[in-house]
Write a protein that binds this ligand. Structure first.
Ligand code: NAI
Ligand code: MG
Length: 365
C-alpha cells in the first residue's frame, strides 16, 4: 500500500518551509517513482482561526491513522493572549500525548561546509553525526506529586522524577534499534550516583542490551556526558537519556552544529499494526514570527525532517541518504539562506531559492 503522510504546516514560517518540502516530495514521486498518499490539515493558530481549537478531533484521528505526520511549526504573537487551553502549542502537545510519542530523536549533524559556523573548533565538529534519543512522555516533567505547597512559613516547589521499568525499556529498545541501523554504539546517560531513577535506568538499559549483543553499550553520568559532548562529541553515536537530561543535552548538542534552521527531529511511539512506529517529524525551530512572510526562512530543517521520515517510517534509508547528500552538496556550493551567513560577500537566497538548489542537487544525484 502507498505510504501515507499527513502534513500539518502550522503557523508563521511553517507553511513557507513546508512548501519546499512539498516540492521535494513531488520530486521523489516524479523522479524516483516513490509516491506518498499526502493529506494536509491545519494545526496551531491556523486551526484555531478556522475552528476555534488548535487541533480538531478529525485532525487528531487522521494523525493516528497515517504512517507519519510532518509538522511545520506553531504559534506566534497573534495567539499569545489566548487562553492556555486553546494556545497553538496545545495542538502540538495533544498530538504528542495522544500518539504517545515517547522517543524523541534529535540528530546533531555537522555538514562540513558549515563547520566554521560552530561555536567549537572545526576539527571537533567537522563530520559530526550523532543522535540523541530523549524520553519524551515521562520523568520529572510529568511525575506526581508536583506543585507548590506551603510548609511551615514558606512555600516549596515540588516535582518528582519517576520512571517505570516499562517506560525505560521501551525507549531503550528504540535506541538500541537505532544504534543497529547506525554505528552500533549506544551511550546511556543518567545520574545513577545520586538518583534512584538513574539506578533503575542503568539496570533496565543493561538488561535490554542483552538482546543487542552487537551494540557496544556504555554508561555515563549525565554531567560528565555534557562535558564529553562539548570536548569530543565524535566519540558518540547514539545517546539515550531521560526527559530532563535529554532536553538539556539535545539543545546543547544542537548548538555544536550551528543554526536552528538546520535541525530536524523525530518523535516515535509504539509500532502500529503495519510494524511502522507511530511517528511525527518536525523541525526543532518555531514559527519565527520575526522573519515570517518575508521568504527568508531556511527550509533545510524541515527538508531534513522529511529525510528522517524516509529513513525511520518508510524504510527508505538510501533515499534519505540521497536527500541529505543533496543538502550537503548545496551547502558545499555556498548556497546560503540569511541565517547561515558567515562569510562576507555572500548574497543569501530565499526560502524558494534554497528549495530550487536542493531540487537541482537531487537532479544531479
Ligand atoms: P523560533 O525557533 O521560532 O525562532 C528563534 C530564532 O531563530 C528567530 O530569530 C528566528 O528567526 C530564527 N529561526 C528559526 N527558524 C528559522 C529558520 N528555519 N530559518 C531561519 N531562521 C530561523 O523560536 P521563538 O522565536 O522562541 O518562538 C517563536 C514562536 O514559535 C513562539 O510562538 C513559540 O511558542 C513557537 N515555537 C514553536 C515551536 C514548535 O512549533 N515546535 C518550537 C519553538 C517555538
Ligand atoms: Mg528544550
Amino acid at each position: 500500500t502507498t505510504p501515507s503522510l499527513l502534513i500539518l504546516a502550522g503557523d508563521g514560517i511553517g507553511p513557507e518551509v513546508m512548501a519546499e518540502v512539498r516540492r521535494v516530495i513531488g520530486w521523489f514521486g516524479d523522479k524516483r517513482g516513490l509516491t506518498f498518499d499526502v493529506t494536509e490539515d491545519l494545526v496551531g493558530g491556523a486551526a484555531y482561526d478556522a475552528h476555534g481549537t488548535p487541533l480538531t478531533d478529525e485532525t487528531m484521528a487522521k494523525a493516528q491513522s497515517v504512517d507519519a505526520v510532518l509538522l511545520g511549526a506553531v504559534g506566534g504573537p497573534k495567539y499569545d493572549a489566548l487562553d492556555f487551553s486553546v494556545k497553538p502549542e496545545r495542538g502540538l502537545l495533544r498530538l504528542r500525548k495522544e500518539m504517545d510519542l515517547f522517543a524523541n530523536l534529535r540528530p546533531a549533524q555537522c555538514f562540513d561546509a558549515l563547520a566554521d559556523f560552530s561555536s567549537l573548533k572545526k576539527d571537533v565538529v567537522a563530520g559530526l553525526d550523532i543522535m540523541i534519543v530523549r524520553e519524551l512522555t515521562s520523568g520529572i516533567y510529568f511525575g506526581e506529586p508536583r506543585g507548590i505547597i506551603t510548609e511551615g512559613n514558606e512555600r516549596v516547589g515540588i516535582n518528582t522524577q519517576r520512571y517505570t521499568e516499562s517506560e525505560i525499556e521501551r525507549v531503550a529498545r528504540n535506541a538500541f534499534e537505532l544504534a543497529m541501523k547506525r554505528g552500533k554504539k549506544l551511550c546511556s546517560m543518567e545520574k545513577a550516583n545520586v538518583m534512584e531513577s538513574g539506578v533503575l535506568w542503568r539496570e533496565v538499559v543493561t538488561r535490554v542490551g542483552a538482546d543487542y549483543p552487537e551494540v557496544e553499550l556504555s554508561h555515563m553520568y549525565a554531567d560528565a556526558g555534557a562535558m564529553q559532548l562539548c570536548r569530543w562529541p565524535k566519540q558518540f553515536d547514539v545517546i539515550v537519556t531521560d526527559n530532563l537530561f535529554g532536553d538539556l543535552l539535545s539543545d546543547a548538542a544542537a548548538m555544536l552544529t550551528g543554526s536552528l534552521g538546520m535541525l530536524p527531529s523525530a518523535s516515535l511511539g509504539a509500532p502500529m499494526e503495519n510494524g511502522r512506529p507511530k511517528a511525527m517529524y518536525e523541525p526543532v525551530h518555531g514559527s519565527a514570527p520575526d522573519i515570517a512572510g518575508q521568504g527568508k526562512a531556511n527550509p533545510i530543517a524541515c527538508v531534513l525532517s522529511f529525510a528522517m521520515a524516509l529513513r525511520y517510517s518508510f524504510d527508505l534509508g538510501d533515499e534519505a541518504d540521497r536527500l541529505e547528500s543533496a543538502v550537503s552538496a548545496v551547502l558545499e556550493k555556498g548556497v546560503r539562506t540569511a541565517d547561515l551567513l558567515g562569510e562576507e560577500g555572500v548574497t543569501p537566497v530565499s526560502t524558494t531559492g534554497m528549495g530550487d538548489a536542493i531540487l537541482a542537487a537531487l537532479d544531479e544525484s
